[in-house]
Design a protein around this ligand. Structure first.
Ligand code: B12
Ligand code: SF4
Length: 473
């Protein structure tokens, strides 16, 4: 069987003028995971429109597999329509399809609702027998006995972070604005690989650097402890995401650092305590955010802080307050978002009931545009404030001020290198991407990440691997 798998891009990512580095960070891991279920004699290719031009006219496979995110849905549907017009069977799945199956079904022969580990192999069997169904809905949630991810189909040289990896699905929490509950509805919403399988996948990855794309790598303590114990001594440096409560949990972060954690994405979401209960962000309520940052920094872990603007408790002062706090804490990088009600989420239902959704132009659901009616400010104030926050946080004076908060000179240097490197040299990154040299920058990233006093590694030596740790969650 001939199969083409496509990750479509939003327009900005394909611009001939300027392409932000974030679109050349990670390969299409979801598609490479699905490709693992194909047979060795199937002829398969993965096209990632973020990094290459698609050659559609010549392409007439037996099956086209397309993965739309909300911002690329329009492009995904156009590609799907084109393939169907050429008589190709089109399959679509993933987060956006699960949120809006009826919309996606208008452009596909088969759609998948929820994660694909059970439904995708069932579909492939049906298709080979000539009996594909129009819709498959996931019921069985497990990461046991997965075929290996087809990393051989990934063009590693096109990505700064070719070693992205996921060892779990979902998260134990239920934040109102998050896509997670909608995607995993009808089954378990947090489950992990067997620790030995995760370690084997890590062993297969060349080089030192890893980026865990798991929603919450620290979400299952037993799994995380066993994973970190298994990774200790591998000499990896890695980045991941975790919640504020997991950072404060005793002795878990130490083990992560001992296994090579050097930077953590943390969802602080809001410096306004009043916003948290409405967003069901229970794991953040009453937590001392300053203590979270200090604990990470004390262990040599850089912080990538995520903030959402436009919650109902936010007024026009929220932007400066957030940036001042983040800079004052010495947070190295920050990601700001305008609150965006994704279809399928609790937030979307609430906004819809209050008639506050402005439109369904998914292109603009990119967390940079206001798509709902804010309570505490105008649309203009919200969008301007969002852009101002980025400018203020990443101006050199703020980067210097943030770096100066660190006690150790290596941490100050690392702050400057990392924050400056990401945001101050975007045109240089653009050039590096266009000349196909992006992987050459990986050793630099590894060096900057590893500029740490390494205090945490000692604690990890103490960590032992629990014996009954294999299948967890
Ligand atoms: C890495 C990442 C990115 C990367 C690159 C994406 C890539 N190369 O895949 C970058 C940095 C470019 C990025 C950018 C953005 N992202 Co992003 N990103 C992610 C992240 C953290 C991980 C994605 C991933 O690799 N997951 C691991 C793989 C294994 O899972 P998967 O891709 O979902 O695939 C599995 C299933 O979905 C299913 N499946 C998927 N497709 C199909 C198809 C078929 C036929 C079948 C059967 C099954 C199936 O099976 C797969 C294997 O298990 C997710 C969060 C998350 N946890 O998923 C957000 C996420 C996908 N991003 C999101 C958003 C909003 C964005 C941005 C708009 C944010 C912004 N302001 O810039 C942009 C624009 C994206 C675009 N191009 O349109 C949202 C999407 C919401 C939605 N409803 O679509 C997410 C969920 C985060 C969130 N806030 O909720 N992102
Ligand atoms: S902690 Fe993060 S991944 Fe988990 S539900 Fe909340 S926003 Fe979603």
């Amino acid at each position: 069987m001939r199969v083409t798998m496509i990750l479509p891009a939003l327009t900005e990512a394909t611009s001939p003028l300027f392409r932000p580095i974030k679109y050349s960070l990670f390969p299409p891991l979801g598609l490479a995971t699905l490709a693992g279920y194909l047979r060795p004699d199937d002829e398969v290719r993965i096209w990632d429109e973020h990094v290459e031009r698609l050659r559609l006219d010549e392409d007439r496979p037996d099956l086209a597999v397309i993965q739309p995110y909300i911002t690329s849905a329009r492009r995904a549907y156009a590609l799907a329509d084109g393939y169907r017009a050429r008589g190709v069977h089109v399959a679509m799945g993933g987060l956006h399809v699960t949120s809006l199956p009826e919309e996606a079904a208008r452009h596909a022969d088969t759609i998948f609702v929820g994660p694909g580990e059970d439904t995708w192999p069932a579909f492939l069997g049906d298709l080979r027998r000539g009996e594909p169904k129009a819709r498959y809905t996931s019921r069985t949630r497990t990461l046991q006995n997965l075929p290996p991810v087809r990393r051989d189909l990934i063009q590693r040289h096109r990505y700064l972070v070719p070693n992205s990896i996921v060892v779990s699905r979902g998260c134990p929490h239920h934040c109102d604005f998050c896509y997670k509950d909608a995607f995993f509805e009808g089954g378990r919403s947090f489950y992990t690989q067997a620790v030995d399988d995760a370690l084997a996948e890590i062993e297969r990855l060349p080089g030192r650097h890893l980026y865990f794309l798991d929603d919450h790598l620290l979400g299952n303590r037993r799994f995380a402890e066993a994973l970190f114990a298994g990774m200790a001594g591998m000499g990896r440096v890695w980045q991941a995401a975790g919640t504020v409560d997991s950072v404060l949990a005793p002795d878990l972060l130490e083990r992560a650092v001992g296994a090579g954690l050097r930077s953590l994405f943390v969802g602080f979401e809001s410096v306004n305590d009043a916003n948290l209960p409405a967003q069901r962000k229970r794991q953040n309520i009453g937590r001392d955010y300053g203590a979270v940052v200090r604990r990470l920094h004390d262990l040599g872990v850089m912080v990538n802080a995520s903030f959402v603007f436009g919650m109902d408790g936010d007024g026009p002062d929220v932007f400066d307050r957030t940036v001042d706090w983040a800079v004052g804490q010495g947070i190295e990088t920050a990601t700001f978002h305008i609150m965006t009600p994704y279809p399928g989420t609790g937030l979307y239902r609430r906004m819809l009931a209050q008639q506050r959704i402005r439109h369904s132009d998914w292109d603009l659901y990119d967390t940079r545009h206001v798509v709902f009616e804010p309570a505490g400010m105008t649309d203009r104030q919200l969008e301007d404030g969002y852009w101002r926050a980025y400018r203020r946080f990443y101006r050199w004076s703020a980067i210097w001020r943030g770096a100066a908060t660190h006690q150790r000179s290596r941490d100050r240097l690392r702050h400057l290198g990392y924050a400056g490197g990401w945001k101050k040299f975007e045109p240089l990154w653009d050039l590096v991407i266009r000349t196909g040299q992006v992987t050459r920058a990986l050793p630099l990233l590894e060096t900057v990440l590893d500029l740490t006093s390494g205090r945490g590694s000692r604690s990890a030596q103490r960590a032992t691997r629990p014996s009954a740790a294999a299948p967890v969650a």
